[in-house]
Design a protein around this ligand. Structure first.
Ligand code: SF4
Ligand code: SF4
Length: 372
């Protein structure tokens, strides 16, 4: 029997987990959420039995660590995301705790912050995302200039990929807003999007039908910076959840980090078994204890070494507990990145830097009046 109000996709996922989960508990060992709420089989059984506990999926970070450890390879993040969507559709969960994040998303997608700048003849754009250009303004500009130096036809698109809404289960909203962004890019002639944020990389890969996606790290490996001064020290990579199953992207990040001169050790933190930085799924809004525990895991695995991250969100979150360096900062400003002397604007200052980037790029790309 199908529990009332639950979509068929969720019920079918729950059935397969309920029937085939062996209760081996490999997923529970690494996850505070599953340790508290039960194995996926327990949760699927409760759902199929008509339990109203689907809103608890907002306490799961959608990090995918359980999927990486499960011998049955259950798509558990999809299961919990489907529960989030169903919880909103059935009005048993509220978006009130996420107001500030949703406002942040709305501002990033607003006309004031949006920009599509594509040089004549170009079909490729850098999409730096929301957090990176505001929190790492010097690097964002240097990155854009470097890519333009290698290929003057590369443009820039400022906007939001709507990953926060996606992960909060706002399915219709996400599909409508991301669909509009995708249609706008295609109509303007964009065919390839170069993402600087792993979350944007994932969203464009999953939903950017008709748009090819490349990570900026892959592009940088093909167009390396010349004359970089090597730095010294021991470091480890932190893998962001969206790249957990993207082996090639992880390897590129590791090679670029090693090229800085740092001794970068391969650890589980840099592979498929990386712990979430604590920001995933906006869990901290409901369960700051889980978020803190996951960030502590990251800090613990570093054992005093420099942590290198490739996601501005991870950098922001981890830096609340321990020093962390964004790989793009390390590539463009190695010593300053390690010394912590690069500006790292927060709050209003970060918004101002996003507008400054927009203004500079708009000026560079504006149509020039022809003489005569
Ligand atoms: S996705 Fe992450 S937080 Fe959610 S159940 Fe799996 S391991 Fe736990
Ligand atoms: S790891 Fe997979 S099989 Fe084992 S308890 Fe978790 S969901 Fe079930």
């Amino acid at each position: 029997m199908k529990p009332p109000g639950l979509p068929p996709q969720l019920v079918s996922l729950a059935r397969s987990i309920f029937e085939d989960c062996t209760q081996c508990r490999a997923c529970q060992v690494r996850c505070a959420f599953l340790r508290e709420h039960g194995t996926p089989k327990d949760l699927a059984g409760q759902l199929l039995g008509g339990s109203t506990g689907i809103a608890r999926a907002f306490e799961c970070s959608l990090c995918g660590l359980c999927h990486a450890t499960c011998p049955m390879s259950f798509p558990l993040p999809e299961f919990f995301l489907a529960m989030r969507r169903a919880a909103l559709e059935n009005q048993v969960a509220s978006l009130a705790p996420y107001r500030s994040l949703l406002n942040y998303e709305a501002v990033g997608a607003s006309a004031l912050f949006r920009l599509v700048a594509l040089p004549p003849g170009g079909d490729t754009v850098l999409f730096p995302g929301c957090t990176f250009p505001g929190a790492h303004p010097r690097t964002a500009l240097a990155l854009y200039r470097h890519l333009r130096g290698a290929d003057p036809a590369i443009g820039l698109v400022l906007g939001c990929c709507f990953k926060p809404s996606h992960d909060l289960g706002r399915r219709n909203f996400f599909e409508s807003r991301f669909g509009t962004l995708r249609a706008t890019l295609l109509a303007r002639g964009v065919r390839t999007v170069i993402t600087a944020c792993p979350n944007c990389f994932k969203v464009f890969n999953l939903y950017g039908d008709g748009l090819a996606v490349r990570s900026v790290l892959a592009v940088l490996e093909e167009t390396p910076l010349q004359g970089r001064t090597p730095v010294r020290g021991a470091a480890i990579m932190h893998t962001p959840c969206p790249l957990r199953f993207e082996k090639e992207e992880r390897e590129i990040a590791l090679r670029l980090a090693c090229e800085s001169g740092l001794e970068v050790e391969r650890t589980r933190q840099g592979g498929t078994l990386a712990p979430c930085c604590g920001e995933g799924g906006t869990v901290g809004a409901l369960r700051p204890d889980y978020a803190d525990a996951w960030t502590k895991d990251v800090e613990k695995s570093a054992k005093g070494r420099v942590i290198i991250a490739v996601c501005a969100g991870c950098v922001k979150f981890i830096s609340r507990r321990t020093p962390v360096v964004h790989l793009l900062d390390l590539i463009f400003f190695p010593q300053a990145a390690l010394d912590g002397t690069l500006p790292k604007p927060k709050g209003i200052a970060a918004y101002v830097h996003r507008l400054r980037l927009k203004w500079r790029v708009w000026l560079e790309n504006r149509p020039r009046p022809t003489r005569g």
